[in-house]
Design a binder for this molecule. Structure first.
Ligand SMILES: C[S@@+](CC[C@H](N)C(=O)[O-])C[C@H]1O[C@@H](n2cnc3c(N)ncnc32)[C@H](O)[C@@H]1O
Length: 324
């Protein structure tokens, strides 16, 4: 089992770390790994320690996180490379260091604990800060720009589609009315506003503001489109027999991963009334986790953030399997 003590220089526990290692780094021998969400280097550090022949490309949109990753992975010498950008472009980042394929790919989605805990980044409903929410603070539109410029219909779409917020239409209308008096700029003010306009949501114990912040964050960072792009890019670059592991933290992400794996695992997509296959589709992935892996009670007790995590793993089919 994984020794987290090996990882004592890190300020947080990587989620489902033992399970990620077991599925992506089964033994020794040369291994090219892409960690598309390297963050502070938690999973990457464990991967590089577990296999002394592994080389790793870590990608993140967050320049601050990359600085921390650089320091945390320094023990591995020349066995790692870092790149700033989205995992949606992982094939370009890999080509940038001369890699045309990879044997293992990890995506640990969403925001990191350090991002959430920093009030200045604007991700948290619990602390006062600017309504920013960009993972890459050097580019793109902030949450306050969205709240202050999008029309009512687009705001409603964001809250209903990305937060599954009950009362999204009313919220959008109130946001637009309020900004005519004063523009949106503060996290605490927006969180309080969401709770007072929306009241209780479906799940007990869940504040309306949590769902609204999730929705805004997804819109600011274009998270769902990047995930779809990243999955397709990962499949493209994986070597036959290589594996991809994706950890998601809410149902919208998990649905995309599950659907992608299922579609790519299908061997034929002909209508059922066809007696013979005419589509020539061959499965490109084999699903390793029939059901998503979730954190143990022990892990959740140690790290509350692992509670909603779901890990799905799939393996790229080998060429001879595809040709059958
Ligand atoms: C949950 S944290 C990853 C933590 C990391 N696995 C570790 O153990 O330290 C998610 C990270 O992914 C980054 N991220 C989220 N979406 C991204 C994307 N589309 N491309 C690149 N990085 C992304 C965030 O900036 C954040 O640093």
């Amino acid at each position: 089992m994984l020794q987290l003590a090996d990882n004592k220089e890190l300020k947080h526990y990587p989620v489902l770390a033992g399970e990620v290692l077991e599925t992506l780094v089964p033994g020794n021998g040369p291994l090219r790994v892409i960690d598309g969400t390297v963050g502070y280097g938690g999973h990457s550090s464990l991967i590089l320690r577990r296999n002394a022949d592994a080389v790793l490309l870590g990608i993140d949109r967050d320049g601050e996180a990359l600085k921390e990753a650089e320091a945390n992975l320094s023990f591995a010498g020349a066995r790692f490379h870092l790149a700033k950008g989205s995992f949606g472009d992982l094939a370009d980042h890999a080509a940038g260091i001369g890699w045309l394929s990879a044997d293992a790919i990890l995506l640990d989605l969403g925001v990191s604990s350090p991002q959430l805990d920093c009030p200045g980044r604007g991700f948290s409903i619990r602390s006062e800060g600017p309504l920013d929410m960009r993972m890459d603070s050097s580019s793109g539109r902030t949450a306050s720009e969205i709240l202050n410029t999008f029309d009512e219909r687009d705001l409603e779409y964001i809250f209903s589609s990305y937060g599954e917020v009950r009362g999204a239409q009313r919220l959008a209308m109130e946001i637009v009315a309020r900004r005519k008096v004063r523009l949106w700029s503060s996290t605490a003010e927006f969180a309080e506003f969401c709770n007072s306009v929306l009241g209780r949501q479906r799940r007990p114990g869940l504040q309306a503001a949590t769902l609204c912040f999730q929705a805004l964050r997804i819109a600011v960072n274009d998270e769902l489109a990047q995930l779809e792009k990243g999955l397709a890019a990962a499949l493209e670059i994986l070597s036959p027999g290589g594996r991809m592991a994706v950890i998601s933290f809410h149902s919208l992400e998990d649905r995309i991963v599950k659907h992608f794996f299922r579609q790519k695992a299908l061997d034929c997509v002909c209508p059922p009334e066809f007696i013979e296959c005419r589509c020539e589709k061959r499965s490109e992935l084999r699903i390793i986790t029939k059901k998503a892996i979730v954190a143990s009670d022990e892990e959740i007790a140690r790290n509350r953030r692992s509670g909603p995590a779901k890990l799905r793993v799939a393996e790229k089919t080998k060429r001879e399997e595809q040709e059958r």
